[in-house]
Design a protein around this ligand. Sequence first.
Ligand code: ZN
Length: 345
Amino acid sequence: MRALTISAHGGTEQLEFRTDIPAPEVIPGTVRVRIQAAALNHLDVFMLAGLPGVNITPGWVMGADGSGIIDQIGEGVEGVSSGDRVVINGGISDRTCEFCKAGEQSLCVRFRLLGEHIPGTIAEYVVVPAQNVRKIPGSISIEEAAAFTLANLTAWRMVVSRANVGPTDEVLIWGIGGGVSQAALRIAKQRGARVWVTSGSDEKLEKARALGADETLNHRTTNVGKEIRARTGKRGVSVVIDSIGRETWERSLVALGRSGRLVTCGGTSGPMVETDIRRLFWNQWTIMGSTMGNDSEFDAVVKELEAGRLMPTIDSVYEIHSGRQAFERLASGEQFGKIVIKVAD
Ligand SMILES: [Zn+2]
């Protein structure tokens, strides 16, 4: 089958479009999806560079997000059938550990990711556990379906399940060019919050206003923390959504008001940060981590998708044989929204 692969870790030069990758076959409990489109996430760039404890076999298929049509059903699978149009949740859990049994699949002790521990979605076919797909209506475009799941699932857990954002909240979201940040903006607005967003590009901030952002700050030219304190009568925001890490951590905490909640789902600028614990306890902050989402959060976001809500902004679409250019676009940081790789019609 056709696939975008790597045979060694490194930069985008390692990406190779191949046509000789064996198509995966179903095993009991799984389904095979004929992929129509896949979408990129920041974790794909980390995967390309290499992650501790992750070993790939040459001809490794990249990609964690995707959508398509089921074409094979494994033994014992119920609720979905061949021909169903589906989106894929790229977080694979064992379904047997104590966290899975409690319904918290993204806390699974044997949590694995498509494209990282299991061959990914940027290929003609992918095999996943049946619990990792949900049917979607034919009215959703191929590109939107592919780009929807991981960003919305991650943002939903952060904004709804972890921070419990509501109408009285002021929310700061860093780096509004990214898919998770944009999903977080849409979800926070849907829940009635007032939302501040940042970007290093005025053009992206202008676009963010069109998505519903109430306040926009250029984090290259503005001292975000101080500016927010000044414009909120020194109160700060009640929630910060941060996926940038090292570059933004300190300013996130300057912006965070008393009893504030900070939720992080990543550290794209680096993982090590410093926190003044005197300010942590005095302000009675809650600092939370969040990773992807569980089955009920997957159901919740798919319900939104069915209703045509939280639709992702598509930055660009590449054909699978030009997949390397898609990764280069992601690595450049110039995108506004999701980068999609079209695999088939
Ligand atoms: Zn588990």
